[in-house]
Design a protein around this ligand. Structure first.
Ligand SMILES: CC(C)(COP(=O)(O)OP(=O)(O)OC[C@H]1O[C@@H](n2cnc3c(N)ncnc32)[C@H](O)[C@@H]1OP(=O)(O)O)[C@@H](O)C(=O)NCCC(=O)NCCS
Length: 188
């Protein structure tokens, strides 16, 4: 069974038919090589972040049916180091949709390339992508339809993150305006 959600803030003219989470869920896999290490000899965090952005971009493009750009990446967490010879899987799905943006949740798993032990969770991240038209302007996205209790929990958690992002941006904007009004402009 699926939920029928309407994108928050959607105008009637840009209400698109919903798409289930499973329609765009994607996994990318990559074997880590010595060319991808940091000075400690483990895999550079930036290499993992690139994979995370790549898989999230694929999910956003599939869900929105066209180009989508990274608007933000937050809560990138590395729980365990990734080593040369690890087979890394980055799994991503749409957690939440707004009018023109989507939150994509990414889980990073690693296993030895030549062993059959279960993969270990080594990281996770949440990214916001905005769907854009040919001029780079935001365009409406289909509402995501949750299919499982896990999808619904992820959607609820994504709404909390969205509220916090908006509140943080608003608070910082107000602080900067207040400082400028007080003559404390530091050329931001
Ligand atoms: C992301 C971008 C399209 C937003 O454009 P904009 O003119 O600010 O448009 P809006 O303010 O209407 O934002 C569009 C949507 O993105 C969301 N958004 C914009 N900036 C955001 C941010 N920093 N964090 C989270 N969401 C963001 C908005 O909330 C809005 O979502 P909604 O329609 O679902 O409510 C624009 O800033 C951009 O093109 N950035 C560069 C993206 C890029 O090139 N990424 C790759 C890096 S090299």
């Amino acid at each position: 069974m699926t939920d029928h959600a309407i994108s928050p803030g959607a105008a009637p003219e840009d209400t698109l038919p919903g798409k289930p989470v499973s329609a765009s869920r994607t996994t990318l896999s990559h074997i880590m090589t010595a060319a991808e290490t940091n000075l400690l000899g483990t895999v550079h965090g930036g290499v993992i972040m690139k994979l995370v952005d790549d898989v999230a971009g694929a999910v956003a493009g599939r869900h929105s049916g066209g180009p989508a750009v990274t608007a933000s990446m937050d809560e990138m967490v590395f729980m365990e180091p990734v080593r040369v010879g690890d087979l890394v899987h980055v799994r991503a799905q749409v957690n939440w949709t707004g009018r023109t943006s989507m939150e994509i949740g990414v889980r990073v798993l690693a296993e030895r390339w030549n062993e059959s032990t279960p993969p270990t969770r080594v990281g996770s991240a949440y990214l916001v992508f905005a769907a854009v038209d040919a001029d780079g302007k935001p365009r409406p996205v289909p509402p995501v339809l949750m299919e499982t209790e896990k999808d619904r929990r992820r959607n609820q958690e994504a709404q909390i993150r969205r509220q916090h992002r908006l509140a943080r941006r608003r608070a910082i904007k107000e602080l900067r305006e207040k400082r400028i009004a007080e003559g404390l402009n530091d050329d931001l």
